[in-house]
Design a protein around this ligand. Sequence first.
Ligand SMILES: Cc1cc2nc3c(=O)[nH]c(=O)nc-3n(C[C@H](O)[C@H](O)[C@H](O)COP(=O)(O)OP(=O)(O)OC[C@H]3O[C@@H](n4cnc5c(N)ncnc54)[C@H](O)[C@@H]3O)c2cc1C
Length: 397
Amino acid sequence: MHTTTTLILGGGFGGIAAARTLRSLLPEEHKIILIDRSSTFLVGATKTWVMLGEKHPDEVTVNRSTLIPENVEFIETEIEKIDCGNGIVITSQGEFRGDYLIIALGADLTMDSVPGLKEAAYSFYSLGDAIKLQDELREFREGEIVILIPEIPIKCPPAPYEAALMLDHHFRQLNIREKISITMCTIEPGPMPTAGTEMGAYIRSLLEERAIAYHPMKNTVSVDSENKKIVFEDGEEKSYQLLLTVPRHKAPEVITNAGLTNESGWIPVDPKTLKATVHNSPMKVYAVGDNTSISLPGRYKPDKPLVLPKAGVFAASQGIVAAKQIDAEIRGEKSADEFDGKGYCYIEMGGEKAIKGEGAFFEMPHPKMEKRSPDSEQYQDKVNWINSWLKGAGIKL
Ligand SMILES: Cc1cc2nc3c(=O)[nH]c(=O)nc-3n(C[C@H](O)[C@H](O)[C@H](O)COP(=O)(O)OP(=O)(O)OC[C@H]3O[C@@H](n4cnc5c(N)ncnc54)[C@H](O)[C@@H]3O)c2cc1C
């Protein structure tokens, strides 16, 4: 067996899971290089804790190198170009040549998609934004809070619903809930369309019980930050004192510039092997996690197919599968390990209660999601899952 080099681009959930799995399978002489621009790793699910001041940012970030196994070379640098034709990746620290490539660069977030949104809104989708929002919420004692989802797909589709439920609990604890209205306006037809109508109806009932107003199918045209108003396509307007939003998600530019995306704007991959279709490349290319698009049975609009939700649990299980596929290929075999579309996401309610929504997304004729009532056991499960990542990359090999 000749020696190989595998390049892993991105050291988030998908990249770390791939690196750990591949290193555990391949003999030492096979080189694995992981490239990421940032030295710190963060679990997205902790951002709502930071937003509410329940955790300090230092408590939810770890040094990325502590999660990467020995004998995986970690290069901290900006990836500037993926040149599949020549089998190289160009970075600020030079070129890297690979036999195998796993692309796990996540999604880029931008507030530029809706005029006025950037000037008007706060977010909790990045740590920096969650810290800014924490300062705002500390002072907020009365008025209208609006949570706006102007576009999908977004990572962790339950997160905006979790934010609404946690804000409700937060203000009840402060005894000022009756002075504050909470409203959700979303482009979605209902909560988390991929999770199915039963789950959607259940989430709506949770919002209703807590007097959180819900407006689906709202197409945002612009935001007037001076007069604090959101303008929708149907002519309606919604005023706010504090606006929270989910930024537009798009594939990182290095991916689009490499011509790796299709009409979805993301990298299409084989749903089971995570292999990307790349012609005329000396590298075998795989892609995992948020930078991919995997179509599911069913549609949420006649022209819009359902797609696998973007979530860390899926990125990690896909990273493991891609690594096993590469290991088998290097040994000249075919891997029996395939991605099964199963995963889970947490919806925290405040008061140390949560729902663990488990789903089988490749089920026919449509994805199946288990509906459970919130309790402290599922909350503890969320805490354990986060800790397992922060303390050692939460992967059972
Ligand atoms: C508020 C919130 C709550 C969430 N809750 C959950 C949850 O409960 N469960 C769950 O499973 N998921 C949750 N998620 C989603 C989860 O965080 C993402 O789906 C997950 O991080 C995707 O993993 P990934 O490996 O695909 O990408 P990422 O984790 O985003 O990693 C991509 C990496 O690529 C690097 N990178 C990108 N471009 C470049 C470049 N040009 N050069 C060098 N490096 C680059 C980045 O620095 C980053 O480290 C949540 C997210 C948010 C925002």
